[in-house]
Ligand binder design. Sequence first.
Ligand code: B1M
Length: 214
Amino acid sequence: MTIQDEIFAAVVAGDSPAADRLVAQALAAGADPEALLQAALVPAMTEVGARFQAGEYFVSEMLVSAQAMKAGLKHLRPLLVSTAAKPIGTVVIGTVKGDLHDVGKNLVGMMLEGAGFKVIDLGVDVPPQRFVGAAAESGAGLVALSALLTTTMLNMKAVVDALKANAATQGVKVLIGGAPLSQDYADKIKADGFAPDAAAAAESARALIAPVPA
Ligand code: B1M
C-alpha cells in the first residue's frame, strides 16, 4: 500500500489523526502537495459521496470524513498559499445560504490566496446581504460563490441580483462553482464566470479582476 493509498483510506474511514499524521509524513518525505490533493484527498471524498449515495454511509460518516480531509489539508495550506506582500485584488468567498459544505470552498480560497488575492472568507450558509455588505466594505472586485447541493445552487441568483441592486457593488464580478454548477447555469443567472475546480477558479479570478499589465 502506498502512502497515497493510506491517506485515501484514512479519509474514507474518517480517521483524522491518521490523515493528519500521514499527510505530514508524506510531505516530509518529499511528496508533491498537488499530487496528494488530486490523487488521495479529493478522490477519498468522491468515494465517501459514492458510499453515501449507495446507502452504505450516513451523514455522520460524511462529516467525520470531511474532518479527516481538513486534518490533511491543514498541512497543504502553507504550501498552496502564497506569501506575496501586495495582494493583486480582494475576493469575498462563501458557501451560499442553506449549504454547509465547505471543503471545496476552502480549497478555492487557498488557491486564490496562492494566486495572490486577499481572501475574505464568510464561511457557510451565507445570506445574500452578507456578501453585499462584505464586498461593499472591503472594496472587493470579486465575489466567489460555492454550492454543493442542487437545491442551494438556486440561491446564487439572489446574490447576483443583490449585488447588482446595490450601487456600491454593481460592478463587482461574480464567480460560481461547486459540483452541481455549470457554465450554462452561470449564464442563466448572469454570473460573470464558472470554474469547475479550485485551480480553474484562481485562473478565472485573475482573468476577471487582476489588473492587466501595462
Ligand atoms: Co453532503 N452531499 N450533504 N455533506 N456531501 C454531497 C454534496 C452529495 C453529492 C452526496 C451524494 O449524494 N453523493 C449530496 C448532494 C446531492 C445533490 O444535491 N445533488 C449531499 C447531500 C444530499 C447532503 C445532505 C442533504 C445530506 C442529508 O442531510 N440528508 C446534507 C446537506 C447539508 C447542508 O448543506 N444543508 C449534507 C451534509 C454533508 C456534511 C455536512 C455531512 C458534509 C460536509 C462537511 C463539510 O463540508 N464541512 C458532507 C459531505 C462531506 C459531502 C461529500 C461526501 C463530499 C463533499 C466534499 O467535501 N468534496 C459530497 C459528495 C461528493 O462531493 N462526491 C456530498 C470534496 C471537495 C474537494 O469537492 O466540494 O465538490 P467539492 O469542491 C470542488 C469543486 O466542486 C469545485 O472545486 C473543488 C475542488 O477543486 N468548487 C468550486 C467548489 N466550490 C467552488 C467555487 C468556485 C469554483 C469551484 O468558484 C467560486
